[in-house]
Design a protein around this ligand. Structure first.
Ligand SMILES: *Cc1c(COP(=O)(O)O)cnc(C)c1O
Ligand SMILES: [Zn+2]
Length: 465
């Protein structure tokens, strides 16, 4: 592909360009984020998005079976021989009629894009297949990441199926959800449990990567975002190539929202869609950096001229005040979102908004998503809780078409689900006192019953009343 793809610094006044055969993860001149860019006239993209549908007839080919590489002309940075795939992206869009009333939406207008169906149970696989592919292109032997859990689980899967690149994951101690830690251990990846939080892991993994020349799989890796663009292509495909009015997504390191924005910017450049959906990004109230940067500080992309001095001043103040992210939605418990500036670009390009929701709202929304048949982890449910709030505030109209991204599977964090459904409100309050959770509004409590037929009959008869 040589010339077709290149890397370009997003920094205003820099814009340095590099080959995709190199791996920097940050601009070597100015330290800003890198984008993967394409010379579209050399690619041969189908003239209509529906052109991708013929790939459904070639599902015997791994590259057409993958829900990421099915769209390979829209992320053409790698030679096909280097692509590492295991059929990620076989995910579904559910018309969520049982969840719509909870969110205040009209019947038929709320959809859930279930990325929990990926091989490692989260959307991260969309990006990991792309980043492993790039790692192979540059001849990497070892790859590393810091993770709140799902990146490490995904990396562990791709390291397991690929014999030439081994993995190394850094997780914070005590913070990681059990389903995610179980995956890293079971898939056999080398796991360092650091005595520190996610941000500490992130700082260390960058030092280690620099010291040993290890390939970095973290969110600042621009190739991951290329894979994550395909979540939007699949949403469009499931809606008959009609863009919805809104995409609602939880915001952590802001890789997804950045990737979604890039996907729509490119589809517009290519003339493949007319108007992008608006992107609503939902922070947890206890990890609300983006919310404050956008809604309080009024920082914007400003056509690329971001006010970096004010972003820095904001972080300095955050540190001075000793503010640390705190939410039960561990996948979005992040202080300094790596992709902040790309996310500002996505907001500007799509007329996006940022909302925040409490852990109580997240856990109640999660229970409603579960009742609708697609279980998700807490971070994912922020999208539904955020939709409910934006409808209540009149930002989203109940008659608009809304797609919430369910980023991870219910089994990722079984402890919180079981606690929600089994503990009394008083116990919840005690267990989650730092998170301001004090009730389970939609608890489905197991009924404790004697091992005795009469007692069981009584319980069952009671269910129907
Ligand atoms: C990583 C992750 C997020 C956060 O996504 P970003 O792209 O970092 O904003 C949200 N939900 C789940 C389940 C995740 O694993
Ligand atoms: Zn630069």
């Amino acid at each position: 592909m040589g010339d077709v793809a290149y890397q370009k610094c997003i920094g205003h006044g820099c814009g340095a360009e590099f080959s995709v055969r190199e791996s920097y993860f940050a601009c070597p001149r100015c330290g800003d984020l890198l984008d993967v860019r394409y010379r579209w006239d050399k690619v041969g993209v189908p003239t209509r998005l529906a052109g991708f549908e013929r790939r459904w007839a070639e599902r015997g080919r791994p590259l057409s079976f993958s829900g990421v590489w099915r769209f390979r002309e829209l992320l053409p940075f790698a030679p096909e021989a280097d692509i590492i795939t295991l059929g990620e992206g076989q995910t579904i869009l559910q018309q969520a009629d049982r969840v719509a009333p909870f969110a205040g939406m009209n019947p038929g207008q709320l959809y859930l894009q279930y990325e929990g169906l990926n091989p490692s149970g989260s959307f991260k696989d969309n990006g990991m297949t792309a980043a492993f592919t790039h790692a192979k292109m540059v001849g990497a032997k070892r790859a590393a990441c810091a993770s709140t859990g799902n990146t490490s689980a995904s990396m562990a899967v791709y390291a397991a199926i690929n014999r030439t690149i081994s993995g190394l994951v850094f997780v914070g101690s005590g913070k990681i959800a059990y389903g995610k830690l179980a995956q890293a251990l079971d898939y056999g990846v080398a796991t360092l449990q650091l005595k520190g939080d996610f941000d500490a892991c992130m700082a260390r993994v960058q030092q280690v990567a620099a010291k040993f020349g290890i390939y970095l799989m973290n969110s600042l890796n621009p190739f991951r975002l290329e894979g994550q663009k395909t979540i939007m292509y699949r949403v469009l495909e499931a809606l008959g190539w009609q863009a919805p009015d809104w995409i609602v997504v939880p915001g952590g390191n802001l890789g997804n929202s950045s990737a979604f924005g890039k996907a729509f910017i490119e589809l517009q450049e290519l003339g493949l869609i007319k108007k992008p959906p608006r992107i609503a990004i939902i922070n947890a109230a206890g990890a609300d950096t983006l919310y404050r940067v956008v809604n309080d500080e009024k920082l914007t992309w400003n056509g690329g001229r971001t006010d970096d001095a004010r972003i820095k001043a904001f972080y300095d103040r955050m540190d001075a005040e000793g503010r640390r992210a705190k939410t039960t939605a561990s996948a979005i418990e992040i202080n300094r979102p790596v992709n902040l500036k790309k996310c500002l670009r996505a907001l500007e390009a799509t007329g996006g908004v940022v909302e925040k929701v409490t852990d109580q709202e997240i856990l109640d929304a999660k229970a409603q998503v579960g009742r609708g048949g697609l279980g998700c982890e807490p971070a994912s449910a922020a999208s539904v809780a955020g939709t409910k709030k934006l409808v209540a505030r009149g930002v989203i109209d109940p008659g608009e078409r809304v797609v919430c991204i369910l980023t991870g599977h219910c089994l990722k964090d079984p402890n919180i689900t079981v606690n929600y459904h089994t503990r009394s409100d008083g116990e919840l309050q005690e267990l989650y006192k730092d998170y301001h959770v004090d009730r389970a509004s939609f608890a489905n409590r197991p009924v404790v019953v004697e091992d005795n037929m009469d007692a069981i009959v009584k319980v069952i008869e009671g269910l129907d009343q």
